[in-house]
Design a protein around this ligand. Structure first.
Ligand SMILES: C[S@@+](CC[C@H](N)C(=O)[O-])C[C@H]1O[C@@H](n2cnc3c(N)ncnc32)[C@H](O)[C@@H]1O
Length: 224
């Protein structure tokens, strides 16, 4: 049997590990974390996304002027800008991320746009560091599959949500958008998200099924 195909396969494997490892494990405050969206590809997050249906998402969320909203894992502030428009001058948007490159990029963008109702925040993987009992709405869009310890993060978020506040989780369905979304092994099924939420004191208010690639879940805190 020829050993050439085996050597070629080993070489391919080593090269692909070399290419993927540096972008999959990032140093963030609180430890090294896998699966994070690589800052080298930051501009992809600003590309138009017809499939995201952001305007339609905003319609369903029915955001009022004066709301205080947190966009957890804001990336380049894609959703934070929609929120800023909706909450108006009397509201506030926290645009939070754990990767300093994302935070710097978003801060510059917000400054350039002259938005005074967006505060850009560098958080920790299991604690965004937002004020207690202050948020009307928290959004995690395209983030959950990157979170190392979702239960710890959901507990921190619960402390910052007002009693009647809503937590929105939008993430990639399994078996859809394979060419544009994260790799299949990274994806978190909807029922696993709901189980984490249940464990950390939330209940599901509803699921909006209109996004083809994503589940769109709304949670509230169980009454204490
Ligand atoms: C794929 S990007 C999505 C960004 C943005 N939400 C969007 O839809 O364009 C995921 C972002 O989540 C951030 N992230 C991952 N884990 C996080 C955590 N535990 N807390 C806050 N942000 C996190 C990453 O740094 C990255 O910027």
């Amino acid at each position: 049997m020829s050993v050439q195909p085996i050597i070629a396969a080993i070489c391919c494997c080593l090269i692909s590990m070399w290419v993927t490892l540096p972008v999959c494990a990032q140093d963030v405050e609180g430890g090294k974390q896998g699966r994070l969206f690589p800052p080298e590809r930051i501009e992809e997050l600003d590309e138009p996304r017809e499939w995201q249906k952001a305007e339609q998402i905003m319609e369903f969320l029915d955001i009022e002027e004066g709301y205080v909203v947190a966009d957890i894992g804001t990336g380049t502030g894609y959703f934070a800008l929609y929120f800023a428009d909706r909450v108006g001058e009397s509201g506030l948007v926290y645009a939070e991320d754990i990767q300093p490159e994302m935070v710097e990029y978003t801060r510059e963008k917000i400054n350039d746009l002259g938005l005074t109702n967006v505060k850009v925040v560098l958080g920790k993987p299991d604690d965004p560091g937002l004020p207690e009992n202050s948020l009307d709405l928290v959004m995690m869009a395209n983030v959950y599959h990157e979170v190392d310890d979702p239960v710890a993060l959901l507990k921190s978020i619960a402390r910052s949500l007002k009693e009647d506040g809503r937590l929105i989780i939008i993430d990639w369905r399994i078996g859809r958008g394979d060419d544009i979304g994260p790799p299949l092994p990274d994806r978190v099924p909807r029922d696993a998200v709901e189980a984490d939420a249940e464990e950390t004191g939330y209940y599901t208010v509803r699921h909006h099924p209109f996004l083809y690639n994503h589940y769109f879940l709304i949670f509230k805190k169980k009454p204490t």
